[in-house]
Ligand binder design. Structure first.
Ligand SMILES: NC(=O)c1ccc[n+]([C@@H]2O[C@H](COP(=O)([O-])OP(=O)(O)OC[C@H]3O[C@@H](n4cnc5c(N)ncnc54)[C@H](OP(=O)(O)O)[C@@H]3O)[C@@H](O)[C@H]2O)c1
Length: 324
């Protein structure tokens, strides 16, 4: 069976550091061309992998040798370019978050479904095998009581897309989606927002950090912390009546890293438990390729993206804004 032929729209940092190396390692995927608004940037990145280079995203959509595109663009450009790519008959893998609004996400999913095309959000971390092992371990924690997750990073360079309100920047859409999606992944899709705070940077015009408290239908709480304004943290913890599990590097484990879960028993004794190593970018690409061959995205992926977009919407509606 021939591989899925893909283009990359934008010589983005994440494409260079993670996605193109993964594409080159997954036989089911064949990267064909990189497009950039800057021809030199397109040629330089394409040259590293022996790919073609295009000087505009439009030129990619006019080609007839592609099955799919990968969109590592600023968040606000995900919707218009995913829409154009779907209308051009291409399957689409979009960086997270799928779009910046609940309604745009729903519209794109309808468009893709109506055309028999795959639209998937590149939420790689859920494809890492460690979370399946966590699910199995949760049975030993007794009745779940509380979940806490954090993804926070130190300030980025001033010109970063994350500080641009017009490009869909902000900490919630950049880092907040990870703890939020982790809560949905492990506690179920029906979480509600109990409280939220967003720290809004007056000068930048975006939120640079925040917290939220979610509640599941059976009363489990989920505390989320996210930010572009504080030291690095990337973890989640689940507490139950019979124990606690902590997973560090939960969202961005590099390929080959053997993760370790820390299990704490009711008396406070801690056991280190090795989990399976995995390459979550490669795992996502294999999932995408299977979906393209099947002619549709897995229903649970579509529903998870929609549920995530709804919860992000509700969180923003509910949030108290603290101006900093
Ligand atoms: N899943 C993950 O693990 C992960 C990790 C990091 C980031 N991301 C996501 O990936 C996306 C890109 O993030 P990044 O860190 O790679 O950003 P980045 O390095 O700034 O890349 C964004 C790319 O978008 C293109 N672009 C098109 N119009 C633009 C505009 N008006 N201003 C700036 N850039 C524009 C640029 O490509 P050309 O100039 O070459 O055309 C640029 O290289 C975001 O949606 C982010 O949330 C995901």
């Amino acid at each position: 069976m021939r591989p899925i032929r893909m283009a990359v729209l934008g010589a983005a940092d994440i494409a260079r550091r993670r996605m193109l190396p993964a594409m080159a390692s997954v036989p089911e995927i064949e990267p064909v061309v990189v497009a950039s608004r800057d021809p030199d940037r397109a040629a330089a990145l394409a040259g590293e992998y022996g790919l073609g280079a295009e000087r505009s995203y439009e030129a990619v959509l006019r080609r007839d040798d592609l099955d799919a595109v990968y969109l590592p663009l600023p968040n606000a450009l995900h919707f218009p370019w995913a829409e154009r790519a779907l209308e051009a008959g291409l399957h689409v893998l979009v960086e997270k978050p799928l779009t910046t609004s609940r309604d745009h996400t729903a519209r794109l999913q309808l468009l893709a479904g109506g055309r028999g095309l795959v639209l998937m959000e590149a939420m790689m971390f859920v494809c890492h095998r460690q979370h399946e092992q966590v699910r199995a371990l949760m049975a030993g924690l007794g009745t779940p009581l509380a979940f806490a997750a954090a993804f926070t990073v130190p300030p980025r360079p001033g010109a970063d897309i994350r500080y641009r309100p017009d490009l869909g920047g902000g900490a919630l859409l950049d880092t907040g989606v990870y703890p939020l999606r982790a809560a949905q992944h492990l506690l179920g899709p029906d979480l509600r927002v109990a409280a939220a705070v967003l720290r809004h940077d007056r000068a930048l015009g975006v939120d640079v950090g925040g917290e939220a408290l979610l509640l599941s239908p059976d009363g489990v709480t989920a505390h989320l912390e996210f930010g572009l304004d504080r030291p690095y943290r990337c973890r989640y913890e689940i507490s139950g009546t019979a124990g606690r599990l902590l997973l560090d590097r939960a969202f961005t484990p590099p390929p080959g890293l053997a993760p370790t879960a820390l299990l704490t028993d009711p008396a406070g004794a801690v056991t280190k438990l090795p989990l399976a190593a995995d390459d979550q970018f490669a795992a996502l690409l294999r999932r995408f390729a299977r979906a393209v061959r099947a002619g549709r995205a897995p229903a649970e992926d579509v529903e998870a993206s929609l549920a995530q977009a709804r919860l992000l919407h509700d969180l923003r509606e509910a949030a108290r804004r603290v101006t900093v």
